[in-house]
Write a protein that binds this ligand. Structure first.
Ligand SMILES: Nc1ncnc2c1ncn2[C@@H]1O[C@H](COP(=O)(O)OP(=O)(O)O)[C@@H](O)[C@H]1O
Ligand SMILES: [Mg+2]
Length: 266
């Protein structure tokens, strides 16, 4: 049964006692005099899976880049774990390095090939360890990018629309994989997506970004594994679409007398 708790995030949530993977207070980022992020507050609990929705251009990637540490021209406070990893929509593999070398790219020290092999096995790419990136399918490249994130053993995994470019079937498989990896690893995940169903399928909590802040949040209390055919699922999807300013298609209501005549003839 779905419990639909929705409320605006209040700043005092950031002051709660439980351990947090992410704590953002009063975060602002300005581009050319325009405040894309404007006093944003956000807490992600350790091990929590949070999905972030919002219309295109509302600042989701900007927020993720800040959390990744790629953008430091900010105001406000950002606390993230030292061990964090990011996967972007484009897999960003170096074409002149084999898949396993791509997975280890940027790791400190001299990590062994076996480290990459283990991560690639985890994402179901054991057979592509020695492949060149250009020979991978879109789904495989995205899984290689996930493996590269996993070898960092992150306490926080940041995902920016990682399935956005995949076809429907590959996307479903990749979503399932991320759900499984999250359950095995127990790291916190912040997943940026434009797909409401993906958010409800995977997340403990779904946030909607608007006007530079987290304008809305919904707890997703459905049992896992989740079923999009669950009535609770549809309810949450409609609710979130509402907050995104998208009207969900409503089934044509049955005329009031239809039931009466149906029962009368029964
Ligand atoms: N480096 C940048 N310089 C100038 N404007 C930027 C830069 N990065 C992002 N923006 C602007 O900030 C806004 C939010 O961008 P972005 O965070 O990429 O949105 P989203 O990921 O939600 O689609 C957009 O209007 C974008 O043009
Ligand atoms: Mg983006």
């Amino acid at each position: 049964m779905a419990t639909d708790v929705h409320r605006a995030v209040s700043p005092d949530r950031a002051g709660q006692e439980e351990p947090a993977a992410v704590r953002v207070q009063g975060l602002s980022r300005t581009f050319d005099g325009r405040r894309v992020v404007d006093g944003l507050e956000l807490t992600v609990r350790s091990g929590e899976f949070v999905a972030l929705l919002g219309r295109s251009g509302c600042g989701k990637s900007t927020l993720l880049k800040i959390l990744t540490g790629l953008d430091r021209e900010i105001e406000g406070a950002v606390l993230v774990p030292r061990r964090k990893a990011t996967a972007f929509q484009a897999p960003r593999l170096m074409p002149w390095k084999k898949v396993w070398r791509n997975v280890l790219l940027g790791l400190p020290g001299k990590p062994e090939r076996a480290v990459a092999e283990r991560a690639l096995a985890e994402v179901g790419l054991d057979h592509r360890v020695d492949a060149w990136p250009k020979t991978l399918s879109g789904g495989e490249a995205q899984r290689a990018s996930l493996a590269r994130a996993l070898v960092r053993e992150p306490d926080l995994l940041l995902l920016d629309e990682p399935f956005g470019a995949l076809d429907a079937l590959t996307r479903i498989k990749a979503q399932r994989l991320v759900g499984e990896l999250w359950q095995q690893r127990g790291c916190a995940v912040l997943l940026v997506t434009h797909d409401v169903e993906e958010a409800v399928l995977l997340a403990d909590r779904v946030l909607v970004m608007d006007d530079g802040v987290i304008a809305h949040e919904t707890e997703i209390d459905l049992p896992r594994p989740r079923d999009i055919a669950d009535p609770g699922f549809a309810e949450l999807r409609t609710h979130l679409l509402d907050h995104l300013g998208v009207e969900a298609p409503t089934p044509a209501p049955a005329p009031a007398h239809a039931h009466a005549s149906a029962s009368a003839s029964a």
